[in-house]
Design a protein around this ligand. Structure first.
Ligand code: NAD
Length: 487
């Protein structure tokens, strides 16, 4: 385990673990105990300057490597990730508060993402274009942007590091990754493994620091050529303003309010556990969390009861107890979620289970919230309109496919929608009508599909992250037209 410690109060810039220029540090907190895990360097504008400069210096040589060489480097990185699953899982789990097996799963996902882009690096091609006569030739080149800024949140740091860094590097860009100040340990550890995999200094720089200082300095930096941002919709708007100043492209993956839409003909033995997992996994702190259950009237009472029973059975505890659910990531997040719980009954929602802090024998002094179900939630309530980011399920009832679609779409967000039905036509119809970047049928999310594009619509942002299309996201297209003079 000691093999992959994150150096205390350091950041990874230009291939070295260095302190912040002004020596500033941040404490990384274990949400299960409220205790410090370790300090990390808190980047300020001078550190961001140094990281962007290192990435810029490294760019020409990295872009000049062959795609196969870049793929090979990513494969070495992926292999090291696999060899350090337990260390990485510990960082991910302790830092975010998720059960160890949840952390381990995230590392396996991160590994498969890096491996995917290792294989895809030399499959990226432009096109030849049709011409008006044989005297002309036209084709496109896909070229890297240069220095990519990647800013990520705290909820799935290893997966988001892999999902944004690997395609950017595969396409020939260099990267400055600004990890969340709340959970930076897994990104730092992944950065160390990339270094050990032989990525040249400056190709991947990993820093953390507060959003308004480190994040704003990076996304507003004139040396950055492309911005990838994953986080809340509010911060996404600020990032887009920063991108406008420097006229650089921006990819936004923002919040969600994803519905599970359950028709009466669905297989409830499959659907109910998946619906419960979709809002309790990572304590509901996933962008695609199934935070709304839209259920057909005729089965609603029975389903709500089954869901509530399953929610009550969720075992809660610290990351190293490895139960079903951990605490929320921070005190701020805890207070925010309790605010939603306090206000919902007065606004007319019917509390079915939970509704406040969780206290069981398994919990320590951390920020635990009980898995919560509110039934008969009005579409206008904050519980439906806003992202809670906790284990809180809002139940809405419908009658008929038309109303189901109306409720699904009655949200500012457009990330994921899940449809549960045994009627194929209905499933296809709803998949067509729903305004979301991703649709799942009879399952929660993308299990079984390789390279599922992590697409967003509406206030969830716009991105073609995930899968092969992500490589396009990190390249710019150049068109070449040639006249053939030698007749
Ligand atoms: P956040 O927006 O507060 O912070 C995200 C990142 O942005 C952090 O690294 C933060 O330091 C940085 N940041 C904050 N202010 C900034 C600024 N002014 N300029 C530049 N950077 C700034 O989000 P969070 O609370 O860390 O994460 C939770 C949010 O992330 C939720 O809304 C969730 O839905 C979203 N999320 C989305 C996806 C997705 O793929 N759509 C995935 C995971 C999480």
């Amino acid at each position: 385990m000691a093999d992959l410690e994150v150096p205390a109060a350091r950041q990874l810039v230009d291939g070295d673990w260095t302190p912040a220029h002004d020596g500033a540090e941040l404490s990384v907190i274990d949400p299960a105990t409220g205790q410090d895990i370790q300090p990390v360097a808190a980047a300020g504008p001078a550190d961001i300057d140094a990281a962007v400069a290192a990435a810029r210096r490294a760019f020409p040589a990295w872009a000049a490597t062959s795609p196969s060489e870049r793929g090979a480097a990513l494969r070495r990185w992926a292999d090291l990730v696999l060899a350090h699953v337990e260390d990485l899982a510990r960082h991910e789990a302790q830092d975010v508060g998720k059960p160890l097996s949840g952390g381990r799963l995230n590392i396996f996902i991160a590994h498969s993402i890096i491996e995917y882009f290792a294989g895809a690096a030399d499959k990226l091609t432009g096109v030849t274009l049709p011409t008006r006569s044989r005297d002309y030739l036209g084709y496109t080149l896909l070229e890297p942007y240069g220095v990519c800024a990647v800013v990520i949140p705290w909820n799935v740091p290893a997966v988001l590091t892999a999902a944004n860094v690997a395609p950017a590097l595969a396409a020939g860009n260099t990267v400055v990754l600004k990890a969340s100040e709340v959970a930076p340990l897994a990104p730092f550890a992944l950065g160390e493994l990339a270094r050990r995999a032989g990525l040249p200094p400056g190709v991947l720089n990993v820093v953390t620091g507060l959003g308004p200082t480190a994040g704003a300095a990076l996304t507003g930096h004139p040396g950055v050529d492309h911005i990838s941002f994953v986080g809340s919709t509010g911060t996404g708007r600020a990032i887009m303003r920063a991108a406008a100043e420097n006229l650089v492209p921006v990819k936004l993956e923002l919040g969600g309010k994803s519905p599970n839409v359950l028709f009466a003909d669905a297989d409830l033995d499959v659907a109910v556990p998946a619906i419960v997992a979709s809002i309790t996994e990572n304590a509901g702190q996933n962008c695609y969390a199934g935070s709304r259950l839209v259920v057909e009237d005729s089965i609603a009472d029975a389903v709500v009861e089954r869901v509530a029973e399953a929610m009550k059975a969720i075992r809660i505890g610290a990351w190293d107890r490895d139960l079903d659910m951990g605490p929320l990531v921070s005190e701020a997040q805890y207070r925010r979620v309790l605010g939603f719980l306090d206000e919902a009954p007065a606004a007319g929602a019917k509390l079915v289970t939970g509704g406040g802090p969780a206290a069981t024998d398994d919990t320590g002094p951390g920020w635990y919230v009980a898995p919560t179900v509110f039934d008969r939630v009005d579409p206008g309530m904050r519980l439906v309109r806003e992202e809670v980011f906790g284990p809180v399920l809002a139940v809405q009832r419908f009658s008929g496919t038309r109303q189901a679609v109306e409720l699904m779409n009655d949200t500012d967000f457009g990330l994921l929608a899940c449809v549960w039905t045994n009627d194929v036509s209905r499933a296809l119809r709803v998949a067509q009508e729903v305004r979301a970047g991703q649709v799942a049928v009879n399952q929660f999310h993308d299990a079984g599909v390789i390279g599922f594009p992590f697409n967003m619509q509406k206030d969830s942002g716009f991105s073609r992250g995930g899968g092969y299309t992500a490589l396009r996201e990190y390249t710019q297209e150049k068109a070449v037209a040639i006249r053939l003079l030698d007749r």
